[in-house]
Design a binder for this molecule. Structure first.
Ligand SMILES: [Zn+2]
Length: 273
């Protein structure tokens, strides 16, 4: 007789054998260990039991072979979802490849609309990127800053439209990292933190030193993998001019007030990196 009073770990095969032997009509519900496992997970889903397959590193799914041949149409049904996804992906690829065809026209084609509304893509306020790229009717018009930013490889910096926006973002990140190191930090270690390097070289001890956890855990760690070292110095100079950071004479920098540096008020919410 098995005891299941506090079953921390249950062998499903033994459980099945036990239930089949002691519960009248159990085999009508579950005709094998696989079905018992299915029953357990059903009970888990309904909140009656707490079942976890995590401790078992080998067998977590039970299968019973009932028929050696597949039902008619089974493979076709099974592949339906993948085929539909492949079709949609192909359409998406065509959409992005057709970068000289008006995007509104492509959308209309996709949704089966014959005619575009009058005035579609006719002014700078509503023109799609393809129409900008092919300069259809754009004489004397400038791409708006938003469209320009979107067109750039780094839209979150405002693209080529606004260098000062990128500078402000860098200043904000540098200031946040300074705040995390109230004892002061060398610009080179700041740079490594922005690049996402776990360690930096200390010329005094001639050793690779792991960056403090406070920096490594910051959401700005690795936030500027492409930043040139000189840009850190430029950012610190801007922060010093704004009264947000200062050097202590030993080469270490600190944030000198908790207020946000100038121009950081419009920092967008984190959207990824
Ligand atoms: Zn267009």
């Amino acid at each position: 007789m098995l005891s299941w009073d506090t079953p921390g770990r249950v062998d499903v095969r033994l459980l099945h054998r036990h239930l089949a032997a002691h519960c009248a009509g159990y085999s009508l519900y579950a005709d094998g260990p696989a079905a018992t496992w299915e029953l357990l997970t059903d009970l888990h889903d309904r909140g009656f039991l707490d079942v976890s397959a995590a401790p078992s590193r080998r067998l977590v799914t039970g299968l019973t072979v009932r028929r050696r041949t597949l039902p008619d149409g089974y493979l076709g049904l099974l592949g339906r979802r993948g085929r539909r996804a492949a079709e949609e992906l192909a359409r998406l690829r065509n959409f992005f490849d057709a970068h000289t065809v008006c995007s509104q026209r492509l959308f209309a084609d996709y949704f089966g609309v014959a005619d575009l509304p009058a005035g579609c893509c006719s002014t700078a306020r509503c023109r799609c990127s393809a129409c900008w790229n092919t300069s259809r009717g754009t004489a004397g018009e400038r791409r708006p800053a938003v469209a320009e930013a979107f067109h750039s490889p780094r839209p979150r910096d405002g693209g080529r439209a606004d260098h000062s926006l990128r500078d402000r973002r860098v200043d904000l990140q540098v200031h946040r990292l300074l705040q995390l190191q109230p004892q002061g930090i060398h610009p080179r270690r700041l740079w490594h933190a922005l690049r996402g390097d776990e360690t930096s070289y200390n010329p005094r001890s001639r050793k690779m030193i792991t960056l403090p956890a406070a920096l490594r855990d910051s959401r700005h760690f690795g936030g500027r993998a492409d930043l040139a070292y000189a840009a850190v110095g430029e950012s610190l100079a801007r922060l010093a001019a704004a009264g947000a950071a200062a050097e202590d004479g030993q080469g270490l920098w600190r944030a000198i007030r908790t207020a946000r540096p100038a121009g950081s008020g419009s920092e967008p919410k984190r959207s990824g990196a």
